[in-house]
Write a protein that binds this ligand. Structure first.
Ligand SMILES: NC(=O)C1=CN([C@@H]2O[C@H](COP(=O)(O)OP(=O)(O)OC[C@H]3O[C@@H](n4cnc5c(N)ncnc54)[C@H](O)[C@@H]3O)[C@@H](O)[C@H]2O)C=CC1
Ligand SMILES: O=C(O)[C@@H]1CCC=N1
Length: 280
């Protein structure tokens, strides 16, 4: 991380699963914790966050928490649920400097919707991160609003790039990206869950079955982390002709697993499109 980026003051408003993961990724990449303020609604997880050396403000104790964090920040990450984003934009508008970059991590909320609830000309970035950022293995898609300069989007990209792959994309691709990499960690966990249950169904005890599934999906994921990795080729390397894996893959294909995964991803993207309309 460059010195200039390390010195940026960051505010995380609504520090739950996703903003918490981004924050841990950024700290893991070496950002100075003293330059980070996180807000929470209640003090449930405040102690945990304070252990990271960052400043924590709690909304229930200080109604100005989000505004105070915003006023001191160069970049503000909005990490509340999609339904809460426009109210949060309204709440912080008066505390923003004209050069403060507002980055939303919310699914479905468009740049246009945010811009309508922020001062005219405010630089806004729509992002779709994922939780593996917290272990330095994340993915994020970024789309810049009209007022964002090249330097501002580069700074946001640099912040994320210490803990994951960054893709700057057209906003029209955000829902599809969200359906693959935003929701995708849940698909990986779902696969591990289903594999563990299959082991139990074949008589393994729960702990052994879960350990086998967890470590195997994690190991495959580690191999896939190589940017040159080719999933289909790697799958074939495990699949001996007339061997055991081949029987599993044939069964998956016969039962339509690839089409089921496509249908699931399309359903996620369609939900994002519907939410965009509902919350615009
Ligand atoms: N969980 C995930 O894997 C991903 C989530 N997202 C997006 O991240 C956003 C947050 O989702 P999660 O982190 O899963 O939810 P979460 O419920 O874990 O986190 C939201 C946090 O914001 C706090 N909060 C709500 N209103 C607040 C306010 N006005 N001021 C301060 N704090 C406030 C809540 O108490 C909670 O701690 C959503 O918009 C979602 O679309 C995006 C990509 C992946
Ligand atoms: O399920 C959700 O709405 C969020 C957005 C992408 C992943 N989790």
């Amino acid at each position: 991380m460059s010195e200039a980026t390390n010195h940026l003051k960051l505010a995380f408003l609504g520090t739950g699963s996703m903003n918490g993961a981004i924050l841990r990724g950024i700290l893991g990449a070496g950002h100075d914790p003293k330059n980070i303020t996180a807000t929470l609604r209640s003090d449930n997880r405040a102690a945990q966050l304070r252990e990271l050396g960052i400043n924590v403000l709690i909304g229930n104790e200080d109604p100005e928490a989000n505004k105070k964090a915003t006023a001191a920040a160069d970049i503000v990450f909005l990490g509340v649920k999609p339904v809460g984003i426009t109210a949060l934009c309204d709440e912080i508008s008066s505390a923003l400097n004209e050069s403060t970059v507002v980055v939303s991590v919310a699914a479905a909320i468009t740049l246009r919707t945010m811009q309508e609830h922020l001062p005219a000309g405010q630089p806004v970035v729509r992002s779709m991160p994922n939780t593996p950022l917290m272990v330095g293995a994340g993915v994020v898609g970024l789309s810049a609003g009209e007022a964002v300069s090249d330097q501002q989007i580069e700074r946001v990209a640099e912040l994320f790039s210490g803990s994951g792959d960054v893709h700057v994309i057209d906003e029209s691709q955000q829902n599809a990206l969200s359906a693959i990499s935003g929701s995708g960690p849940a698909y990986g966990f779902y696969l591990a869950e289903a594999m563990a249950n299959a082991g139990i169904a074949m008589g393994l005890d729960e702990k052994l079955a879960t350990d086998l599934a967890r470590a195997t999906v994690a190991g495959a994921g580690k191999m896939l982390a190589d940017p040159e990795a080719k999933p289909a080729q790697m799958r074939r390397a495990v699949t001996s002709p007339k061997g055991t894996t081949e029987q599993a893959i044939l069964t998956f294909d016969e039962q339509g697993i690839p089409a089921i995964i496509e249908a699931g991803a399309k359903a996620a993207a369609a939900r994002a499109a519907a939410l965009s309309d509902e919350l615009s």
